[in-house]
Design a protein around this ligand. Structure first.
Ligand SMILES: Nc1ncnc2c1ncn2[C@@H]1O[C@H](COP(=O)(O)OP(=O)(O)OP(=O)(O)O)[C@@H](O)[C@H]1O
Ligand SMILES: [Mg+2]
Length: 516
């Protein structure tokens, strides 16, 4: 046989394709293994991190424990291109198969049209590895027809069309799969998603204005700040916002699944609902926007295409809040390591909740115990970078006794229909621009696509002349006013829309956010 002949040559080279995850994108990596006579040694080159260097020990044990021979010669594994940083244990399986091919225990041509991905255990099992969907997308883009992944991730990888996913649980099974001796069963079909009971807006009593704000935020993709005393329902409202957002399209769902898979979050197949991430206020800047020596996506990226909820906003560290500037502005964050910048997408809606003062009762007659300096310190903590980017500032007051006893103001099913209609109207108007919703419109798009009637113009002009708005604040008001018009089934903005949008820029206590 040809491969046994190869094995007798002075040196033997085997190649197989795998993928490195760069940010959340797959990058092609060619694993080359060269075996030549000499003192037994196993070297891995190609800019791998500690996990890659340690894979020597895993590969050696896995090969021996799977009943193969580990060649007692000089083995060099190269992960090319050498300029690309490689992190994590996902290269184990590809290197192990290349060692087997180079030592004649597997036909080298069995590896020529297949990509291999996964971490090995010492006993030779393929462990669940993060990022299988990204790898499958990479393999499909390279025109490969087969992909070997750990069985636990096969369903996720098979979301990519046009590639045969071989989900295997051991190195031995991987060898059988690539040689075609014994193919693993195809991953089970995805079960129809079971509707998980999401919290519904019908649970909220009273709160006509905050509910309207939540609906406007969902319809136009606007950032929202809820401010009010403890126990009035701020967290409750925020948690119900995803229930009225439009469902993810299939392409969006795959994008979210890929990001969550790279981050190692476990989902059984495709993510269905929009992400809702509510990090605790003790989170670091790196935890929020991504980072670490091997950069990992942060909460802002896990919230991509969904909602990032910052509950108790005033308690977050200043550095963490500051770090959100770039992701909020650009819809992505870049993390520089050495010569290389990793890009993580971060297009999320920001929803924040806070008490109006440290004791929580500012504005409630006689209950506030805070001094002037407490109030000032509290204001300093929430003003600045984030407040500047909030489109809707909503006071949430204690509902009255009658409201608590009455029925709900609205429910999520009705809200969802209104939001979907408003979004449809926006998509028609914004076709051909980079914006997908009113919240994403830049100044040029506003100029080109948005129409205010005469009275709308006048209302906006008056507010500007009165010094209530900056030039940027003016754009913010127009974006929100457009969403209010869209929810009402109109394209042209009137003075009523402008006045309502202006109202949502007023903080509790009547203070204007003039600087924004
Ligand atoms: N408007 C409301 N309608 C129905 N239930 C409410 C309402 N407001 C509060 N509740 C009840 O009170 C509970 C606490 O509300 P929630 O946690 O949302 O308050 P909060 O405003 O976030 O308070 P905090 O400032 O302390 O975080 C809710 O789980 C709910 O049971
Ligand atoms: Mg709360």
């Amino acid at each position: 046989m040809r491969h046994t002949l190869w094995a007798r040559l002075a040196f033997v080279l085997a190649r197989v394709t795998t993928f490195a995850i760069d940010g959340v994108e797959p990058r092609h990596v060619c694993v080359e293994v060269d075996i030549r006579p000499g003192l037994p040694a196993f070297t891995i080159v190609g800019l791998g991190d500690a996990a890659v260097r340690e894979s020597r020990e895993r590969i050696r044990s896995a090969i021996l424990n799977s009943g193969f021979e580990f060649p007692q010669r000089r083995i060099t594994a190269n992960l090319a291109p050498a300029s690309l940083r490689k992190a994590g244990p996902g290269f184990d399986a590809a290197m192990a198969l290349a060692v087997l091919a180079a030592s004649g225990q597997l036909a080298a041509d069995a590896l020529s049209h297949v990509a291999v991905f996964g971490e090995l255990s010492l006993s030779g099992e393929l462990r669940e590895s993060a990022g299988a969907l990204a790898v499958a997308e990479g393999a499909s883009r390279c025109g490969l027809k087969k992909l070997v992944v750990p069985a636990a991730r096969a369903r996720e990888a098979s979301l990519v069309d046009g590639i045969q996913v071989l989900g295997v649980s051991t190195l031995r099974m991987a060898v059988d799969a690539v040689t075609g001796r014994r193919l693993p069963l195809p991953p089970a079909e995805l079960r129809e998603s079971i509707a998980i009971a999401e919290p519904d807006l019908a649970d909220v009593r009273g709160h006509t204005v905050p509910l309207l704000a939540v609906e406007i935020a969902a319809a136009g993709g606007h950032n929202l700040l809820l401010e009010g005393p403890p126990g009035t329902g701020k967290t409750m409202l925020a948690r119900r916002l995803p229930s009225i957002l439009p469902p993810l399209t299939r392409a969006e769902a795959i994008e979210v699944t890929r990001i969550h898979s790279v981050a190692g979050l476990h989902h059984d197949g495709l993510v269905r609902g929009r992400p809702f991430r509510a990090p605790h206020h003790t989170i670091s800047a790196a935890g929020l926007v991504g980072g670490g020596s091997t950069p990992r996506p942060g909460e802002a990226t896990l919230a991509h295409l969904g909602v990032l909820f910052m509950d108790e906003l005033s308690e977050f560290q200043r550095t963490a809040v500051e770090a959100l500037r770039q992701p909020l502005e650009d819809g992505r964050v870049s993390i520089v390591r050495g010569q290389h910048a990793l890009i993580f997408p971060t297009r999320f809606m920001l929803v924040a909740a806070t008490n109006p003062c440290p004791c929580g009762y500012a504005g409630v007659a006689d209950r506030c115990t805070c001094g002037e300096s407490d109030l000032r310190r509290h204001q300093r903590r929430i003003s600045g970078p984030l407040l500047d980017r909030m489109d809707l500032l909503v006071p949430v007051q204690r509902p009255s006794d009658a409201e608590l006893r009455a029925g709900p103001v609205t429910d999520s099913a009705a809200g969802r229909v209104r939001v979907a209609q408003a979004r449809e109207r926006q998509q028609r108007r914004l076709a051909g621009t980079a914006a997908r919703s009113n919240g994403e419109m830049d100044a040029g798009t506003i100029q080109a696509r948005i129409r205010l009637d005469e009275r709308g113009q006048a209302a906006l002009g008056d507010a500007y002349l009165a010094g209530m708005l900056s030039a940027r604040g003016r754009h913010r008001v127009v974006r929100v006013a457009q969403t209010i018009a869209d929810l009402d089934g109109r394209d042209t903005i009137t003075d009523v829309d402008v006045l309502l949008a202006l109202n949502f820029r007023q903080r509790a206590g009547g203070e204007e956010v003039a600087a924004a």
